[in-house]
Design a binder for this molecule. Sequence first.
Ligand code: ATP
Length: 219
Amino acid sequence: MAKKQYAIIGMGRFGSSVAKALSGMGYDVLAIDTDEQRTQEISGIVTHAVSADSTDEEALRALGIRNFDVVVVAIGEDIQASILTTLILKDLGVPAILVKARNELHGKVLSKIGADKIIYPERDMGLRVAHHLASPNILDYIELSPDYSILDMKVPKQMLGKNLLELDIRAKYGCNVMAIRRGDEMNITPRAEDRLADGDVLVIVGHKDNLTRLEMAYH
Ligand code: ATP
């Protein structure tokens, strides 16, 4: 299977981290920014870096943007440019368009015009940090949908030495323990009789309200 080709528009902090990470994973990446200095800075890392204005349809056409499997629009501040770019990409027939949104309203417009995925980096990171601050056992919090999330929870003292059957998290909180991480090992088929040790991390999926109940109970 041919390797996926990615184009990233906007080399701010978010766009450039995505571009660097994909390049590091061995993918072909085209980086686009109006600011020549920004494209210069990333040019040594990605496959191609060009200075272009993504609100210029002809410029995007000339870059052959429709041949990319995924295009990420990482323009934050200029909401108008972000929306216009998304519209053009959609019109040109790009198969997958991911857009960074600045706020809910921006996200709503993006979804109406057909963006395939809308990313709220600041909001999501804020959510993760807040959960960790409210209860330090929560190492990570990832939103799967408006209603469901995944929680990484360091096993609290009250759970030490107990097994999953005794804890009965599914019946008590309606959440599912998907995996138990112990150091570098990941047990992805946890069983009822698996006992929890100090330092273990539970990976739990559930409805947000149920996860909150669980977080509160083991605060
Ligand atoms: P971050 O938080 O990721 O640093 P940001 O949300 O502050 O970014 P901006 O700085 O507004 O986002 O935009 C990111 C980059 O997108 C900038 O380098 C900017 O030059 C570039 N950019 C803005 N408009 C366009 C455009 N029309 N075409 C191409 N690049 C653009």
